[in-house]
Design a protein around this ligand. Sequence first.
Ligand code: HEM
Length: 385
Amino acid sequence: MSLPTVDIDLVAFTADPYPILAELRKHTPICFVPQLQATLLTQHDDIFTCEKLVDIFSSDQPGGLMNELMGKNMMRKDGDAHLLERRQAQPALSPRTVKSVWKSLCERATSDVLDGLENQDTCDLVRDYAMPVSAHALRFITGLTNMSPEQLDNSSQAMIDGIANYAGDPLIQQRCEQGTQLIDDCIDDMLKADTLLSEHSMLAALMRAQQPLESVRANIKLAISGGQNEPRDAIAGATWALLSHRDQLDNILNHGSTWLHAFEEYARWISPIGMSPRRIAKDFNHKGFHIQAESRAFLMFGSGNRDESVFEQADQFDITRSNSKSLSFGAGPHFCAGAATSRMLIGGVALPMLFDRFPNIQLLEEPVFSGWAFRGPVTMPVKLK
Ligand code: HEM
């Protein structure tokens, strides 16, 4: 059977993908969407199963925008080539290093950011808190401590925009190239001044493992493009979720649930990464549908995370539920390499330290959320005291 084709309104999908994803899950869970030129898998179990079939759902996407603009990183490789690069980065990202090295540095940097807000009554929580907290963590972990938080955030956004620039807008491409050039220059500077390089950083780990410099550059760019906006969006988004569900915030303050539960549930409810793309490496039949070789498929994590057959009352934010089946970090060999970092940074540092310093923090208005591939609040005005 050939795949059903479903048209979607991209503007509405970007503003709020969840109603459209609910319809797709119910009526056409595997379908071709012409506006995205991709086959969408929207049910939890299909995503969970298919992501592991790497000989069919390949991450190797020759000619893709990510390869062209950022170089070929581990996320665009399969099998042994992928595993090798992932293992080489592991010393910098392992739960042990996160706990023994990065946590205290993140606490110190977060405390400084909070000190900077001490004399303000209001702020934009995305720009003034979530962004620098996330960026400082990534400066330490990548080893690019010569980048400012703003430079890191801007380059991250420029790369994200660049790899989604299917329309070929020259300005977006130019901004992306400037962002990647800045990262290359900062890598070169850090390598020259190798005494400044933390031995625990990703840059140091990859150089020690003698990864080719071209791949080192590509993997550092991957960490910056993938490791900045998601924690930023999750820190601000989870804060909003707790402030608009006061009973659940009280539950944490009374030691019933934890900040980590709040982060995990937020990331299920509003997935900071809504999808991961794959190339269909050979003709594939699934549940009677034929998916053509060399076509593109999107694993819709954000949709699987709202699948009612797996999560009861999936559209509700409920920090007391189990999230063991959540797809927020993926479900296969490319499972987020920064998961331990994110849990520490968001659940262990950013949320508890914010509510501890500003216990009376309040929303000044409802934030506007945007995005379906990457989703988070655009701005979030809050009263701090
Ligand atoms: C809220 C925070 C984050 C979320 C929700 C998130 C989510 C994801 C997702 C969904 C994937 C793709 C998984 C797949 O295709 O199966 C991924 C991959 C990846 N993430 Fe994260 N991420 C987060 C933070 C980070 C951070 C802080 C870093 C770096 C320090 C990072 C580094 C990576 C890397 C290197 C990969 C590629 C792994 C591979 O190809 O093996 N992520 N992440």
